[in-house]
Design a protein around this ligand. Structure first.
Ligand SMILES: Nc1ncnc2c1ncn2[C@@H]1O[C@H](COP(=O)(O)OP(=O)(O)OP(=O)(O)O)[C@@H](O)[C@H]1O
Ligand code: SF4
Ligand SMILES: [Mg+2]
Length: 429
């Protein structure tokens, strides 16, 4: 085990201060770690209702071209990986993004870090739209928005020492003089709970958890305002996951970094994010504060996802413990279903679902849902709640006498008033 003790370590390292064990896993003896920090032990992040949004994404789209085979490769279709996503992340806050494999979580994260050029929509970062910023102008932006990748084994260059991996951004961006790079690297290693003297070791000399700590140190190097964490713990052993989550929470608090936290594990997001968005096939289907989403999900997809999470199962399914099994496979994003994209697997779908896309309607102070039959499990209405707002009848056919409501817009963030599903009127706090 490491020869460092918790007494020597900064508050910012990844374990509780009263933990008697050394922080950071030793490269040689990492297999000896037998401490499994329960996720429940984490101080959950708390949303600051007055925080300004540092990131505002509006109607974001990413379509990847599908090319034909052969010599002349023509575009024969498009993968609609992200299709009209809107959300906000407050300064120093964290938004969780969850959903099944292939729903567009990583693509959303990569768009925000501008690894991709969006097909459409805007990304407002700190008051300016960065969705069309040219490659040359992106350099200063790279300092402010950083990414932690899922796989700590492939995301670190095996030929570079840890010192050069963490120090490279400092040199490229000329943040500190050359002679100050090493002390800064050592400081960062200390912050993430690794031994500062190990700066000249190579990635293969570290365990998976330690490599992810290196990835976190690299992401912190330029003191970003936003960190996109793309499944940062899913490649790690369960015993190490909690330590890395703790570390991320500590650095978030200490440096006031806003997080977009991508995960398919609802239990992990629950402990990190005060607000969570659920994605299905390129769209957000439900977004709410943590308590609302886990205790009163209104979308059939969220209800099914939550029924599979052991620790939230009971609350999410209204006291019933059985798991909701979704039939069929996720449809192809090249040719998604008409209307509601979830309709091919939805247990309560009706005619309108195939005809009209449900808008992301605000139904509570901090709760939006995209479903014509939004309601708590077992309390879904018989008639579509959205029909009068969209100016259609119950089957989704246009209703000439109806007046569509602007309520049904897909805007980022929440308004002070919302549509009360039960009373079918507007409500406010
Ligand atoms: N560069 C690309 N070119 C073409 N299609 C892509 C590309 N990147 C992603 N896709 C497709 O876009 C869709 C969304 O992919 P994405 O990686 O964002 O999903 P995800 O939600 O992160 O899934 P996972 O949980 O498996 O990581 C998938 O259908 C994927 O095949
Ligand atoms: S809109 Fe229809 S298909 Fe989509 S989730 Fe709601 S009920 Fe199911
Ligand atoms: Mg992904």
């Amino acid at each position: 085990m490491s020869d460092r003790t918790s007494d020597e370590l900064p508050v910012s390292a990844g374990m509780p201060n009263d933990d008697p064990r050394p922080r950071g896993e030793d490269p040689v003896d990492s297999d000896e770690i037998d401490y499994v920090a329960p996720l429940e032990a984490h101080a959950a992040s708390v949303a600051d209702p007055n925080a300004k949004p540092i990131l505002e994404v509006r109607d974001l789209k990413m379509y990847f071209p599908v090319k034909s085979s052969g010599i002349i490769r023509r575009t024969i279709g498009q993968v609609q990986a992200v299709d009209g996503v809107s959300f906000q992340v407050p300064e120093g806050g964290s938004l969780g993004l969850v959903g099944e494999s292939g729903c567009g979580k990583s693509t959303t994260g990569r768009l925000i870090t501008r690894l991709y050029q969006p097909t459409g929509g805007t990304i407002n970062f700190d008051g300016r739209d960065i969705s069309k910023t040219s490659a040359r102008q992106l350099k200063p932006l790279r300092r402010e928005i950083q990414m932690i990748f899922q796989d700590p084994y492939t995301s670190l260059n095996p030929r570079h020492s840890v010192g050069s991996i963490i120090g490279a951004p400092l040199a490229i961006h000329k943040v500190v003089p050359r002679d100050k790079i090493l002390p800064r690297v050592q400081e960062l290693l200390d912050i993430v709970g690794l031994n500062p003297e190990h700066y000249n070791r190579y990635p293969h000399e570290f365990s998976g958890g330690q490599r992810q700590r290196i990835g976190i140190a690299r992401a912190l190097t330029l003191q970003p305002k936003v960190l996109v964490a793309d499944e940062p713990v899913s490649a790690l052993d369960v015993s190490i996951q909690a330590q890395v989550i703790n570390l991320l929470q500590d650095v978030q608090r200490e440096f006031n970094i806003a997080f977009l936290f991508v995960a398919h594990d609802l239990a992990v997001v629950r402990h990190f994010c005060p607000e969570i968005a659920v994605m299905y096939l390129g769209k957000i289907v439900e977004i709410a504060d943590r308590e609302t989403l886990y205790n009163r999900p209104n979308h059939p997809y969220t209800q099914a996802l939550l029924s599979a999470v052991p620790d939230v199962k009971q609350a999410a399914v209204g006291g019933r413990r059985e798991r909701i099994r979704l039939e069929g496979d996720v449809p192809s994003p090249i040719n998604p279903p008409s209307g509601c994209r979830f309709r091919t697997r939805c247990p309560i779908a009706q005619e309108i679902c195939a005809r009209v896309e449900p808008p992301l309607l605000q139904i509570g102070q901090r709760h939006k849902v995209a479903c014509h039959f939004a309601g708590e499990l077992g309390k879904h209405p018989d008639r579509p709640v959205t029909a009068p707002l969209l100016g259609v009848d119950d089957t989704g056919a246009p209703d000439p006498g109806a007046t569509p409501s602007p309520l049904a817009a897909n805007e980022p963030g929440y308004s002070d008033t919302w549509y009360d599903l039960e009373r079918k009127t507007m409500a406010s706090a």
